[in-house]
Design a protein around this ligand. Structure first.
Ligand code: AP5
Ligand code: ZN
Length: 216
């Protein structure tokens, strides 16, 4: 199955994608995580992406689309994948459709995670991520680690993302509304979108998301 997860920053896309990908046995492909991995490894791609990310702007399509395509062409993604944070504008959605069409494939479902803006701001403000693994995500109030600053899973150091400052979050939300939300209409025209409330317990959101997938 090929799934696209859409939703504002802090909606819980990464949290849900990790759980859904595990249940469905498909890779979780997050362009944000790919950029952050490139930044921590000091690659040229990472250097190019960092200034855009720190400013809360989209990384240019020429960089993003190639990186996403490379990842989707890895052998583990041949049977399906869960995209988190890609596509993020209509040009990326069109490029993805074109790429899949050439391979005689298609998107099966688009899940639109819906959450009010004041909740998003709270989720981002309290988020802490493990330096060893971006799937180890905590929240100071909603999902606090047992020991302050230490990952429960692997003992790694927890940190706050550079782009999680209040001013940058406001810019990311603006970019979401102007550039990313239009892809929901783009996919709605293809009959692919289900809106899923991302409020409430993490496990309940996962259940709703699973129920929204075709064949469930
Ligand atoms: P990216 O990394 O994709 O960030 P984002 O879309 O802004 O989303 P977040 O990672 O902030 O949030 P999330 O929805 O995954 O929430 P999470 O699960 O962590 O992108 C970052 C930047 O990279 C972009 O700004 C751009 O510059 C660049 N970029 C990436 N992709 C690009 C593309 N395609 N094109 C161009 N540029 C691109 O949850 C948030 C917090 O809430 C956590 O602490 C979590 O524990 C908590 N939480 C989750 N669910 C719940 C719940 N149900 N109840 C309570 N707390 C919860
Ligand atoms: Zn960890």
């Amino acid at each position: 199955m090929r799934i696209v997860l859409v939703g504002p920053p802090g909606a819980g896309k990464g949290t849900q994608a990790t759980r859904l990908a595990e249940t469905l046995q498909i890779p979780h492909i997050s362009t944000g995580d790919l950029f952050r991995a490139n930044i921590s490894q000091g690659t040229e791609l990472g250097l190019r992406a960092k200034s855009y990310m720190d400013a809360g702007q989209l990384v240019p399509d020429q960089v993003t689309i190639g990186m996403a395509q490379d990842r989707m062409e890895q052998p583990d993604a041949a049977g399906g994948f869960l995209l988190d944070g890609f596509p993020r504008n209509v040009a990326q959605a069109e490029a993805l459709d074109e790429m899949l069409r050439e391979a005689d494939m298609k998107i099966d479902a688009v899940l639109d995670l819906e959450v009010p803006e004041d909740e998003v701001v709270k989720r981002i403000a309290g988020r802490r991520i493990c330096r060893n693994d971006s799937a180890h995500v905590f929240h100071l109030t909603y999902n606090p680690p047992a020991a302050e600053g230490v990952c429960d899973v692997c003992g790694g150091e927890l940190y706050q993302r550079d782009d999680d400052s209040e001013a940058t979050v406001r810019r990311r939300l603006e970019v979401y509304h102007t550039q990313t939300e239009p892809i929901i209409d783009y996919y709605r025209a293809q009959g692919l979108v289900t809106t899923v409330s991302a409020m409430g317990k993490v496990a309940d959101v996962t259940k709703r998301a699973m129920a929204a997938l075709p064949g469930s």
